[in-house]
Design a protein around this ligand. Sequence first.
Ligand SMILES: *Cc1c(COP(=O)(O)O)cnc(C)c1O
Length: 400
Amino acid sequence: MATINQNFLNLKESYLFSDIAKRVSAYQEAHPEAEIIRLGIGDVTRPLAPAIAEEMARASLEMAKAETFKGYGPEQGYGFLKRAILEHDFAARGVSLSEDEIFVSDGAKSDCGNFGDILGADNVVAITEPAYPVYIDTNLMAGRQVKFIECRAENGFLPEVPDFKADILYLCSPNNPTGAVLSKEQLRAFVDYANANGTLLIFDSAYEQFISDGALPHSIYEVEGAKRCAVEIRSFSKTAGFTGIRCGYTVVPHELTARDAAGNEVPLNRLWNRRQTTRFNGASYISQRGAAAYYTPEGRAQCRENVAYYMENAKLIARTVRGLGIPAIGGDNAPYIWMQCPDGLDSWSFFDLLLERAQVVGTPGVGFGAAGEGWFRLTAFGTQEHTARAMERFTNLFGK
Ligand SMILES: *Cc1c(COP(=O)(O)O)cnc(C)c1O
């Protein structure tokens, strides 16, 4: 009989979103008239930018003509998209990379998980907590030892360089779920740590387009020495509304290496290319045309408008919560507001209280790891009408 990957038995079942759904539907059943507002949504809700939708329509009609039909494309992504990425995401910020350092994919979640394919099971992995659950579970599936870097309220939930030696370290900035953003100096401390310890940094910048503070870095490669120690993973999901379309990319610099069993340094770019060409046949031509349209002046302007719409919500939530004297971070350069549960309540008790007394739904912080206990995530992805109404209810409930 076949055997399973035993590591899967080490995963904790995640009931977070199903538990939330259960509690919400039980409440709605008991109170059919209640108008429940969801500020727990982790998915974008604004429709696709017209410039992107039109380009994807044009690309699909290209596929319907013999002269312009496209079959398999390059596994690493089409040149037209990689050149747009290099110009707008990197050269514009003073970062010089080459086309073969960009690997286009079907999204950041896949890349976060798949990258482990080329890394040994004996690596010690450090993950900042609270965390996007994908980092933890994909490493447990591979049988790696995971250690946590607990982020604390006193530090504004910003991670600190670990006091232990990690072989692999995940960073997410702007952060989901906390909304905290690392400054260039803070990022530099991680890059220096990584270069001193031979640590591979996996930098998830899925939310970089939500940064408005001009001093904050968008890419880890803005820090000197990062090409020797870091891969960067990006996504069109939150920036351009691609959660259902699927497109992202990973940067693997040529300088980046890891050790083989004999102690030789092997370029990860070569290994990742081998992995992708073997296991992946590229993101769809239509998605990549849509992603390229994001970089046109119209596409950018339309997507910026959507981001600005969400950030209006973020600012309103942050202003309201802080105005009520409740400690909260995020919301300035990220679509997440991470608030402390009032009156010393734990995350789930506050979830219940908010549902019962204000008919507002958020996400219990403990669902992102033990370091999130006593905290709560609100997201800016609702409509402005719903968000404003939810904040009125907050004020009525918590205003003195
Ligand atoms: C949403 C999100 C992503 C994006 O994932 P896709 O697979 O590209 O949709 C990546 N990382 C974090 C932290 C996210 O919240």
